[in-house]
Write a protein that binds this ligand. Structure first.
Ligand code: C5P
Length: 316
């Protein structure tokens, strides 16, 4: 096993084009049909050697973690929500990989964040996926992307997807992935909320609202619209079963969604468990107009205009 001095991995955020949620399972999770779409909004994770193993405990390979804002200021206040210890999924990813491949050299993880924190765009999961790829390269673990999917799925339901990127359908609790075709570049606006939402709390609210939810179904119309590259048809098929639960917990999101609809968005919905709202635009210019409109909504603190899909985690 050889070690290098530093490895940086860039990893995309995701938006769920369709999130169909079934009833609560016995294990605390929900069966999903989850259409993931990677967008050009990236975090970077850099792994370097650390002189000592420290706060993570004697079995921890991660000896330190730092996080900084790479959003141009929009996320600076969100960073207080990033755990800087074993509470961070990227730290746990480093530990899991060390056990998997028998690595013993301690590492430091540096996170440069542009993906909203606790925003429903899987930023924490993306960082964990990036940490797996970066640590694998740093320690010379030699695991293939395919081989990283399994530890990724054990870390969390959304950690495997950023290893693939593109567009993919997730089933099971979201971690069983089948790549899907997206034939057009889709233009997006994301509106960041003043607050965060806890994923378990949003799922719990969903259970209260829908105590007898049916099993989740795929959406052939959405998949056909994606394969045809028909943004208008994609917009008509977008949907998120968690949206009513997110709106119950954060009613002000309704004003953000309405502002985007009024600006002619092809689709307006809460991303994942929220509170980030997503808007599909016809063009980059249209995205600019939607962003200007939703910035006026009381709950919106920042907007990002970008596109998808994009490839998954990559070593720079
Ligand atoms: O898998 P992950 O740790 O990201 O999930 C976080 C939480 O989200 C779970 O503890 C659970 O409350 C909820 N969840 C769920 N069903 C899923 C995925 C997540 O209920 N398929």
């Amino acid at each position: 096993m050889t070690t290098t001095t530093a490895v940086t991995v860039r990893v995309p955020a995701k938006v769920n084009l369709k999130l169909a949620v079934g009833p609560a399972r016995g294990d605390g999770y929900h069966d999903l049909v989850n259409v993931f779409h990677a967008v050009a909004l990236f975090d970077e994770v850099t792994v370097t050697g650390a002189p000592t193993r420290a706060t993570g405990g004697p079995d921890s390979a991660a000896a330190g973690l730092s996080a900084e804002d790479a959003s141009g200021g929009g996320l600076a206040s969100h960073l207080v929500r990033v755990p800087l210890d074993a509470g961070n999924l990227a730290w746990r990813a480093a530990d899991m990989l060390a056990r998997e491949i028998g690595a013993t050299d301690p590492v430091h993880l540096r996170l440069r964040k542009a993906i909203p924190v606790a925003g429903g765009m899987a930023g924490g999961s993306a960082d964990a996926a990036a940490a797996l790829v970066a640590c694998n390269a740093f320690w010379g673990g030699g695991l293939s992307r395919e081989q990283l999917l399994e530890p990724a799925a054990r870390l969390g339901s959304d950690v495997a997807f950023p290893l693939l990127g593109g567009t993919a359908v997730g089933t099971g609790r979201g971690e069983v992935l089948a790549p899907a075709e997206c034939a057009a570049r889709l233009h997006w606006v994301f509106a960041l909320s003043a607050g965060g939402l806890s994923t378990p709390e949003v799922f719990a609210a969903y259970d209260r609202l829908y105590p007898a939810a049916p099993p989740p179904q795929g959406d052939p119309e959405l998949m056909a619209a994606l394969a045809a590259g028909d943004a208008r048809a994609v917009g008509a098929a977008l949907g998120n079963d968690l949206e009513p639960a997110a709106l119950e917990l954060r009613p002000a999101l309704a004003g953000t969604l309405e502002a985007g609809r009024a600006a002619g968005a092809l689709g307006a919905f809460v991303s994942g468990s929220g509170p980030t709202c997503a808007f599909l635009a016809e063009s980059p210019e249209h995205a600019g107009r939607i962003a200007a409109a939703v910035r006026e909504a009381p709950d919106c603190v920042h907007t990002v205009a970008t596109h998808g899909d994009v490839p998954g985690a990559a070593v720079l």
